[in-house]
Design a protein around this ligand. Structure first.
Ligand code: ATP
Ligand code: MG
Length: 595
C-alpha cells in the first residue's frame, strides 16, 4: 500500500447513500481510495433513500458499510490526518471497529406507511415525531413535505409523480425541512422549484444548501431604503421610484404589460451589479422559454437566475417555487449583494396553494382560499430587505405580480398583497389598448418608500409631474363634451397630452438616468408646449441626441453622481431652446431648417 501502482487499470467504486456527498467530500474519498489501493479510482454515486445517515461503498470486491453519522465524522477526521501525512494504519482498525459495531439504527417512529395517495397529496401514518415542513422520502426516492399534522397521521405534498406510491408503501423521515442548493453557479441558469437544472446545461455546482422557509431579517438587522432600483421606465422612475429593499407590486388585468415591466427592469440592471431572479409560477413553459431567450439575447442572463414551476408542474412545486427563489436571493444578499426578485405571479401561486389546501381537507374561507393565505404571502414578501451595514448592506428588492379580473383590486388576493407591499404599479387595459404603454394608471399607483431612494437629479427634475398629470386627467374629463375651449385650457390640455406621450416607452428600451432627467426638465419647463402631441416622442428623441452631443460630459455626470446643479439645468434648457427654435414637425420644412 502507500505507493501508487503504475498499472493503468482503474478501479471502479460505487457509493450508495441517501444524499449526494459534496464534491470536496467525493474528492477526498477518491483520494483516500487511490492512496489505499494504489490505483486510479472512479467513483459513481447511486441514490439510496434507505441509507439514512450512512453509506455503502463498494470498491472492487470490497464493501464498506458505514451507517452512523458520527462514524462518518471520525472517518473524515482520520482522512484529514492522512492528508497531513500521518500514517493511514490507524484507519484500518477504525473501519474494522465501525463495521463490527454497526447496527441498523432506524427507530420505529422514523418509518411510516402511506395511508392514501392521489393528486400530489399523501397521508402517512406512524410518524408521531414528525414536524411541520419536514421532508419525507417515499418509495422510488420521491420527496414530499409535511403540510398537515394530525393526531394519527400527517398530510404531505409530493414533489414528484405519485404513480409509484401506493397505500401501504414505506415512508422515511429525514428530520430536515425543505431546502434548495445555492451558489454562484446558478447564475445564468434555469432551474425547477427544487433547484435542479432544467435548461439542459448540465449539473450545477452548489456551494451550500439553504432551507426554503426562513424567518425574515429583524428590524435591527435592517436599514431604511436609500438606494434607487432603477427600472429604466420613465413612468415609474419619475413618479413611483423603487428603492433597493422595497416591495413594489405590479398589478393589472391579463395582458396589460405586467411581465414586460419586470423584464425591462431586469434588462436595465445590466452593468449595475444587481443579481436578478425571476420566479415563474403557473405560466406556460413556452412563455418562460421565450422570456429566457429574450434575457439571453440581450445579455441579461449572465446576472440572472430563472426558477420555473410551470402550469404543467404539480401544485406543490408551484407552491414552493417563490420560497426557493427567495432562498437563492438570500444567499446573495448575505454576501452584501443587491438582488432583484420577480414573482410572476402570486395569483397563480395562491391558486396552487388553494388546490393543495382543499386536497389536504382544510376548510375553505373567502373565495375558497384557506384562512392562512395572507400569511402565505406575507412571510414571503417580508424576506425582502435592505440589510444594515453590520450585516453586509445587501438587499432584496421584490416585484410581486398579481393578476386582477376586470380591474378589481378589491378581490381577496389583490387586497392582501396590496397591504403587504410598499406600493403598487397599477396597469390598466383601457390605457394599454389606447396605446399608452406602459399602461400605468397614475392615480391608483403609489410608491411609499422609494422617494427616499430617488437621486437628487431625478427628484428635482420630476417636480410636480404627478400633480400636472392629475390636473390634466381631471380637465380632460370635464372638457370632453365642450367644443369651444379658451386658450389657457387648450394649452393645458396639449401640455398634458404631450406629457402622456412622453411616458410612452417601447419594450426593451430602458432609459438611462440622464435621459430621464433631461426629458423631465424640458417637459416640466413647458418647452414642448408647441410641439403637436403626436410628434412629442420623436422631437424628444432628437433633443436628447442633441444634448448628448453638446453636453456629453454633463450626461455622464448625471448618470454617475445622480446630482444636478442649477447651472446644469440652465445649460440643458439653453441647448433645448436653441434646438426647438429650429425644430419643425416632420413632413414640413424641418430638414431644411436644421441645415
Ligand atoms: P399575462 O397576463 O398574460 O401575463 P402581462 O400582463 O404579463 O400578460 P405582457 O406579457 O407583459 O403582459 O405584455 C402583453 C403584450 O404587450 C406582449 O405582447 C408585450 O410584448 C406587449 N407589450 C408590453 N409592454 C409593451 C410596451 N411598453 N410597448 C409595446 N408593447 C408592449
Ligand atoms: Mg405576464
Amino acid at each position: 500500500m502507500g505507493n501508487r501502482d503504475t498499472s493503468s487499470e482503474t478501479l471502479h467504486a460505487v457509493l450508495r447513500s441517501a444524499e449526494r456527498p459534496s464534491w470536496p467530500q467525493e474528492e477526498r474519498m477518491i483520494a483516500f481510495l487511490e492512496h489505499k489501493y494504489g490505483q486510479l479510482v472512479t467513483l459513481d454515486w447511486v441514490e439510496d433513500p434507505a441509507l439514512r445517515d450512512g453509506f455503502l461503498l463498494k470498491v472492487g470486491l470490497d464493501t464498506y458499510d458505514w451507517s452512523v453519522e458520527g462514524r462518518l465524522r471520525q472517518f473524515k477526521d482520520a482522512m484529514d490526518r492522512l492528508e497531513h501525512g500521518e500514517q493511514e494504519e490507524d484507519i484500518i482498525p477504525l473501519i474494522r471497529e465501525t463495521v463490527r459495531a454497526w447496527k441498523p439504527r432506524v427507530a420505529a417512529e422514523e418509518m411510516g406507511q402511506v395511508l392514501t395517495v392521489g393528486d400530489g397529496i399523501a397521508t402517512v401514518s406512524g410518524l408521531s415525531g414528525a414536524m411541520y415542513g419536514e421532508i419525507l422520502i417515499f418509495s422510488g426516492g420521491i420527496r414530499g413535505m409535511i403540510q398537515d399534522l394530525r393526531r394519527e397521521e400527517v398530510g404531505c405534498i409530493l414533489f414528484g409523480d405519485d404513480a409509484e406510491i401506493e397505500a401501504g408503501s414505506p415512508v422515511r423521515r429525514t428530520g430536515r425541512t425543505a431546502g434548495v442548493p445555492v451558489g454562484e453557479g446558478f447564475l445564468g441558469r434555469v432551474v425547477d422549484a427544487l433547484g435542479a437544472p432544467i435548461d439542459g446545461g448540465g449539473e450545477i455546482r452548489a456551494e451550500s444548501y439553504r432551507p426554503v422557509e426562513r424567518p425574515a431579517p429583524g428590524i435591527l438587522d435592517r436599514q431604511p431604503v436609500n438606494q434607487p432600483m432603477e427600472t429604466g421606465l420613465l413612468a415609474i422612475d419619475s413618479m413611483f421610484p423603487i428603492g433597493r429593499g422595497q416591495r413594489e407590486l405590479i398589478i393589472g388585468d391579463r395582458q396589460t404589460g405586467k411581465t414586460a415591466i419586470a423584464l425591462d427592469t431586469m434588462l436595465n440592471q445590466k452593468g449595475k451589479d444587481v443579481i436578478c431572479i425571476y420566479v415563474a409560477i403557473g405560466q406556460k413553459a413556452s412563455s418562460v422559454a421565450q422570456l429566457v431567450e429574450t434575457l439571453r439575447r440581450r445579455g441579461a442572463m449572465d446576472y440572472t437566475i430563472v426558477v420555473s414551476a410551470s402550469a404543467s408542474d404539480a401544485a406543490p412545486l408551484q407552491y414552493i417555487a417563490p420560497y426557493a427563489g427567495c432562498a437563492l436571493a438570500e444567499y446573495f444578499m448575505e454576501q452584501g449583494r443587491d438582488v432583484l426578485i420577480v414573482y410572476d405571479d402570486l395569483s397563480k401561486h395562491a391558486v396552487a396553494y388553494r388546490a393543495l389546501s382543499l386536497l389536504l381537507g382544510r376548510s375553505p374561507g373567502r373565495e375558497a382560499y384557506p384562512g392562512d393565505v395572507f400569511y402565505l404571502h406575507s412571510r414571503l414578501l417580508e424576506r425582502a430587505a435592505h440589510l444594515s451595514e453590520e450585516k453586509g448592506g445587501g438587499s432584496i428588492t421584490a416585484l410581486p405580480i398579481v393578476e386582477t379580473q376586470a380591474g378589481d383590486v378589491s378581490a381577496y388576493i389583490p387586497t392582501n398583497i396590496i397591504s403587504i407591499t410598499d406600493g403598487q404599479i397599477f396597469l390598466e387595459s383601457e390605457l394599454f389598448f389606447a396605446g399608452q404603454r406602459p399602461a400605468v394608471n397614475v392615480g391608483l399607483s403609489v410608491s411609499r418608500v422609494g422617494g427616499a431612494a430617488q437621486t437628487k437629479a431625478m427628484k428635482s427634475a420630476a417636480g410636480a409631474i404627478r400633480l400636472d398629470l392629475a390636473q390634466y386627467r381631471e380637465m380632460e374629463v370635464f372638457t370632453q363634451f365642450s367644443s369651444d375651449l379658451d386658450e389657457t385650457t387648450r394649452r393645458q390640455l396639449t401640455y398634458g397630452q404631450g406629457l402622456m406621450q412622453l411616458l410612452r416607452q417601447p419594450q426593451y428600451h430602458p432609459m438611462a438616468q440622464h435621459e430621464q432627467v433631461i426629458t423631465l426638465i424640458c417637459a416640466m419647463a413647458h418647452l414642448l408646449q408647441d410641439v403637436p402631441p403626436a410628434q412629442v416622442p420623436a422631437c424628444n428623441r432628437a433633443l436628447l441626441e442633441r444634448i448628448r452631443v453638446q453636453a456629453a460630459e454633463l450626461c455622464r455626470d448625471i448618470d454617475r453622481s445622480g446630482r444636478l446643479e442649477p447651472a446644469d439645468r440652465e445649460r440643458i434648457l439653453a441647448i433645448a431652446r436653441d434646438f426647438l427654435s429650429e425644430w419643425r414637425p416632420s413632413g414640413s420644412v424641418k430638414q431644411h431648417a436644421q441645415q
